[in-house]
Write a protein that binds this ligand. Structure first.
Ligand code: IPE
Ligand code: IPE
Ligand code: MG
Length: 235
């Protein structure tokens, strides 16, 4: 059997808080460690032939957390962007962001804009960072943009299909082949609902700060044992 590399891998990086609490540390320590793991994984995936990596960094629901934790996370994003940007750029990977701007600070928005702009012509892979992101919101926003284009006679209602709908999402990405969630939770928490339509799902009890290259290889191995029928019957 040929070894299949998923084209688009998406990860819900969960369990940072529990990782820290188990060690008697503040939750923020888990986030710090989680950021290091993301650096390692984001450098590894493109070497394996994966084209697109999407990660859930901050959900629109995460604003419900204590201000101290939210502030820490925003600051961590800035630091991580700075620290990891060079290696991403060197690899020729294009960085894109999915999510909404509201509530994000100017500093964070500026850093996001810089990364997007400076990597926009890169062709060696896509790193999609979902920050201030909600899956239902993304579909609603896309619908609004489509309605607007119909209103302005740019498109006809009969032009609307799933392929063109995809172009109205935050980013025009290929469908997710493999979705990984760490920390033993069996839910998708409003992550990339549209793109996940036919994804293979992989859940592991490993907490995100303990995740590593070997764990990613395990997930890809599991993906290789899946029989993806897409509704058809295999002859
Ligand atoms: C995931 O880890 C990171 C973010 C949501 C930003 P959590 O912070 O959710 O960790 P747990 O689930 O509380 O352990
Ligand atoms: C999902 O994890 C969001 C991120 C990983 C950024 P959460 O910890 O916020 O999700 P729930 O609360 O378990 O659904
Ligand atoms: Mg969590």
């Amino acid at each position: 059997m040929d070894y299949k590399v998923p084209k688009h891998v998406a990860i819900i990086m969960d369990g940072n808080g529990r990782w820290a609490q188990k060690r008697g540390l503040k939750r923020t320590k888990g986030h710090q460690r989680g950021a290091d793991v993301l650096k390692e994984i984001s450098e590894y995936v493109y070497d394996k032939g994966i084209d697109v990596l999407s990660v859930f960094a901050f959900s629109t629901e995460n604003w419900k957390r204590d201000k101290e934790e939210v502030d820490y996370l925003m600051d961590l994003f800035l630091k991580a962007f700075k620290k990891n940007f060079d290696s991403i750029k060197k690899k020729g990977v294009k960085v894109v962001f999915s999510g909404v701007k509201n509530k994000l600070s100017d500093k964070v928005l500026k850093a996001m804009e810089k990364m997007t702009l400076e990597t926009k012509d890169n062709k060696n892979g896509i790193f999609n960072i979902c920050l201030n992101y909600g899956g239902q919101d993304e579909i609603v926003e896309a619908s609004k943009k489509i309605c607007n284009d119909v209103k302005e006679n740019k498109i006809n209602i009969s032009d609307i299909n799933s392929k063109m709908f995809n172009k109205y999402m935050f980013n025009d990405l290929p469908p997710i082949d493999l979705m990984i969630r760490t920390s033993g939770e069996y839910r998708i928490s409003n992550f990339m609902l549209w793109q996940m339509a036919y994804a293979e799902l992989y859940f592991t009890d490993v907490l995100w700060p303990d995740f590593n290259k070997e764990e990613l290889d395990k997930a890809i191995k599991s993906f290789n044992n899946r029989d993806r029928r897409f509704g058809a019957v295999k002859k």
